[in-house]
Design a binder for this molecule. Structure first.
Ligand SMILES: C[S@@+](CC[C@H](N)C(=O)[O-])C[C@H]1O[C@@H](n2cnc3c(N)ncnc32)[C@H](O)[C@@H]1O
Length: 241
């Protein structure tokens, strides 16, 4: 217990020393001001690095979009760095914190809340990316990968047809946080990821709220992935396989 406490304190100190910094781009500031989100502002550096280091022109995938903050940032960075990769996103807009049929403390149906978030996503993404909309799907990631494996033609939430399937160049993992979900997301991504492909895990601080996500990162590092960055998320690259 004491050793664990000491490690936690050291880790916290190390994080403080790193001094989180905002990504120095005014456009990102404007996107962030307009879009409610659940990613740390320092993560923008890792999103930027992932886009800069995309190994191929294969598709990019985001698991977990909420109101579209990370979606808009990734889409912007793809434009900024002149990367032509198709961009797919998936989110069923159902929330781990749900406890019943209504929003806690109210009679508002939970279905209406889900619908509100999804409409915010659509509005935000259309506003910032009208000329290059991602292919977004309202699916849990497991179902998205079933469709991806089958190579289906599907209609996205913006009403556009898209052919699914094939290799992936980068995946941002920020969907359901339970250990089994994150592990399955990683395995599904791994199965499609090109050599040199990248995975960015949010919420993966070993001493944060979801230490099991760091466990998935550690396993990947033992299976032919290299670590590119470890704060405020973990960015890894597939070296073998
Ligand atoms: C932490 S939020 C994502 C935050 C977002 N990336 C941002 O930039 O603000 C997690 C999201 O995962 C979604 N989610 C829940 N279960 C999921 C699943 N099985 N597959 C994909 N997404 C899921 C939730 O609807 C929620 O929008």
């Amino acid at each position: 217990v004491i050793r664990d406490l000491v490690r936690r304190l050291e880790r916290r100190r190390a994080i403080r020393r790193r001094r989180p910094t905002a990504y120095p781009d005014p456009h990102v500031k404007w996107i962030r001001r307009a879009t409610r989100g659940e990613i740390h502002y320092s993560l923008d550096h890792l999103l930027d690095r992932a886009v800069m280091e995309l190994p191929t022109g294969d598709p990019v995938l985001e698991i977990g979009s909420l109101c579209g903050l990370s979606t808009n940032l990734i889409a912007y960075l793809l434009r900024k760095h002149g990367r032509p990769n198709a961009f797919f996103t998936t989110d069923p807009w159902t929330f781990e914190e749900e406890t019943g049929d209504s929003v806690p403390g109210s009679a508002i149906p939970i279905a209406d809340y889900r619908d509100l978030i999804r409409r915010q996503f659509e509005t935000n993404v259309r506003f910032w990316n009208a000329d290059r909309l991602p292919h977004s799907f309202a699916l849990p990631s497991d179902e998205f990968f079933v469709a991806w494996r089958e190579g289906c033609e599907a209609t996205d939430v913006f009403g556009r047809a898209a052919r699914l399937g094939g290799p992936l160049a980068f995946c941002f993992v920020d969907g359901a946080h339970a250990a089994e979900n994150v592990r399955r997301d990683f395995e599904n991504v791994h199965a499609h990821l090109v050599r040199g492909g990248l995975v960015l895990f949010d919420d993966s601080d070993p001493y944060g709220r979801h230490p099991h996500i760091y466990g998935v990162v550690e396993d990947a590092l033992g299976r032919g992935y290299e670590l590119l960055a470890d704060y405020p998320g973990h960015l890894i690259r597939k070296v073998d396989g």
